[in-house]
Design a protein around this ligand. Structure first.
Ligand SMILES: Nc1ncnc2c1ncn2[C@@H]1O[C@H](COP(=O)(O)OP(=O)(O)O)[C@@H](O)[C@H]1O
Ligand SMILES: Nc1ccn([C@@H]2O[C@H](COP(=O)(O)OP(=O)(O)O)[C@@H](O)[C@H]2O)c(=O)n1
Length: 222
């Protein structure tokens, strides 16, 4: 079992993946992107021509879902069976259905089990785990618990800068729709008791990483 667990939650585009990965690199920690599992299962469901809105069919697909993710922040990769899906799980067709998959309770408990196994098996001095329910469900006993937020405007412009091939308005409406659907399942907009909020709206990337590192260092001392 790794010594330090850092839990980071927040809405889409708040910087969870990039900031958590950078913090893990600085600390020599592992890095676990939990959204990748929901995305990979969505990819697997689409690949099998399963209707993502049919919860029973999605649950029935779980035993065949062979998922692996790299936790080295310098060597991130995601696989389903032998197929490398690192890039394909970011495609808009996957993003469009992921909330359907993530709202199924059996899916959530299945992937939460996978996340806890990965955290337990990490041999690094620590692991940064990011998603929507890490501070509350996956690792509520984490050493450091952070809610990373940013204004909706900042999140939309960051995401549309990344997805240059799509129009800003398409990116914005897809992001709003997904946050609305996701927040019906898990509350990642308000910090639970004991969770520290880092608002990155007016911080640049390096300042945000430093703010997260400060919270981690403070938690390690207490
Ligand atoms: N504080 C910041 N200032 C400017 N851009 C940022 C900041 N934090 C993250 N970004 C950028 O915003 C984009 C979205 O971040 P990402 O880590 O993918 O968010 P999330 O995982 O929460 O969806 C990335 O291109 C990232 O480099
Ligand atoms: N811990 C988590 C992580 C992701 N998710 C789901 O997985 C989707 C993709 O997560 P992500 O972290 O890759 O999304 P981005 O915010 O990076 O776009 C989210 O829209 C949620 O539906 C979740 O329900 N719980």
């Amino acid at each position: 079992m790794t010594e330090t667990v850092v839990a980071v939650d927040g809405p889409a585009g708040s910087g969870k993946s990039s900031v958590s990965k950078a913090a893990a690199k600085r600390l020599g920690f592992d890095y676990l992107d939990t959204g990748a599992a929901y995305r990979a299962l969505s990819w697997y469901v689409l690949d099998g021509n399963i209707d993502s809105t049919d919860a029973a069919a999605v649950v029935a697909s779980l035993p065949g879902f062979r998922y692996t993710i790299g936790t080295d922040p310098f060597g991130y990769h995601v696989r389903v069976g032998e197929t490398d899906v690192t890039d394909s799980i970011r495609e808009p067709r996957v993003t469009a259905v992921v909330s359907n998959i993530a709202r199924v309770p059996e899916v959530r408990s299945h992937v939460t089990g996978i996340f806890r196994d990965i955290i337990r098996d990490s041999v690094a001095p620590g692991i940064v785990v990011e998603g929507r329910d890490i501070t509350t469900v996956v690792a509520p006993d984490a050493t450091a618990r952070i809610l990373l937020t940013a204004s909706e405007e900042a999140r939309m412009s960051r995401r549309s800068a990344e997805l240059a091939s799509e129009s800003a308005s398409e990116v914005a409406s897809a992001l709003q729709k997904r946050d609305r659907a996701d927040s019906r399942v898990v509350d990642f907009m308000t910090a639970a008791a004991g969770v520290t909020t880092v608002d990155s709206t007016t911080l640049n990337f390096d300042e945000t990483v430093d703010a997260v590192l400060d919270v981690i260092r403070t938690s390690q001392k207490t």
